[in-house]
Design a binder for this molecule. Structure first.
Ligand SMILES: NC(=O)c1ccc[n+]([C@@H]2O[C@H](COP(=O)([O-])OP(=O)(O)OC[C@H]3O[C@@H](n4cnc5c(N)ncnc54)[C@H](OP(=O)(O)O)[C@@H]3O)[C@@H](O)[C@H]2O)c1
Length: 301
């Protein structure tokens, strides 16, 4: 049985798909309650963010949905109202100014921060602050948000980065990460940001040993962004995709499970390798340069 599991996991398709979730879920156990705890989820009006928020609310947490569009956020809050204590606040994570505005208004302890919001645009777009949109949304905004909320994150608080198995084929390239490429490829740009999220999780874990930083990937889940950003993939795989609730499961598990090793990468409630493709480990010095780049960008340098 273990050999069969190993072979299916190595196939990728039969691991990242719904059958992989169902096979892995046979070992899952019930989650502890989160009564009295506060969880913030970015991009919580849709897809994995919505289902993470639902899972956290069901465990008793007070959940704050951080959504860029007030109407969509309010609609999600109304849909989740019966699940528990759910609030909504406006936040556009692609805007460093908006992250600063939100963080300045926040007060009170945070037990869980889920950096879930993400985009995969098919054209090169820059934010008003001049950053490539994928980089700004998936990396810079979440990094600034985490940094500014550190005073509210107490010992044992969990910070979760929703990365992607799409990072596996790529090695960190600081130029590609910033959209400094001859010809823009949305999937390649996205993969760079998801690789960066995992590396930043490792760095944050080393710098803040009192907190638990985790990155995870959800496998392949049927969400609005998969349909719109990867229409050919969606058409080919739609019968095999996980539900968004299944994709969100490891996010909720990481939020609810205390005392995990910090700085790790997770998939279906188990630690996952960060490298499976040869030649994808960062070049010497590039991880330090990533930190300097991101810290410089959020400081406006
Ligand atoms: N679905 C998968 O199979 C899969 C696989 C690997 C990784 N992921 C990751 O999972 C995360 C969630 O994606 P999803 O599949 O659930 O997609 P989704 O349903 O499209 O949800 C994305 C969420 O992010 C929000 N968002 C985008 N830009 C934002 C911004 N600037 N500020 C605040 N919120 C913003 C969206 O808000 P609007 O509704 O306003 O656009 C939406 O709520 C992403 O980080 C993605 O990379 C997903």
């Amino acid at each position: 049985m273990e050999t069969l599991d190993l072979l299916l996991d190595r196939s990728v398709v039969f691991s990242f798909d719904r059958s992989g979730y169902e096979r892995h879920a046979r070992r899952f156990t019930p989650l502890p309650r989160l009564d009295g705890q506060t969880a913030l989820v970015t991009g919580a009006n849709s897809g994995l963010g919505f289902w993470s928020a639902r899972g956290l609310a069901r465990l008793g947490a007070r959940v704050v949905l951080l959504c860029r569009d007030e109407r969509r956020g309010e609609q999600a809050r109304a849909e989740l109202a019966a699940e528990g204590q759910v609030e909504v606040q406006r936040l556009d994570v692609s805007s460093l100014a908006d992250v600063r505005r939100f963080a300045a208004t926040w007060s009170g302890p945070i037990d869980v921060l889920v950096n879930n919001a993400g985009v995969l645009p098919d054209t090169l777009q820059r934010t008003a602050e001049g950053h490539e949109l994928t980089f700004a949304t998936n990396v810079l905004g979440p990094h600034l948000l985490t940094t500014l909320l550190l005073p509210s994150l107490g010992a044992g608080s969990r910070v979760i980065a929703v990365s992607s198995g799409g990072m596996y084929p790529v090695r960190l390239s600081l130029r590609a990460l910033q959209g400094q490429v001859a010809s823009f490829d949305g999937v390649a740009a996205y993969a760079q940001t998801k690789r960066a999220e995992v590396l930043l999780t490792e760095l944050l874990a080393a710098k803040h040993p009192n907190l638990t930083f985790s990155a995870m990937h959800p496998g392949w889940a049927d969400t609005p962004s998969v349909r719109s950003s990867l229409p050919r993939f969606w058409a080919l795989m739609k019968s095999r995709l996980r539900t968004p609730e299944q994709g969100a499961d490891t996010i909720v598990w990481l939020a609810a499970t205390g005392a995990l090793a910090s700085g790790k990468f997770w998939f279906d409630r188990r630690e996952a390798p960060t490298h499976v493709v040869p030649g994808t480990r960062a070049r010497p010095g590039d991880v330090e340069k990533l930190w300097a780049l991101v810290e410089g960008a959020i400081a406006g340098r």
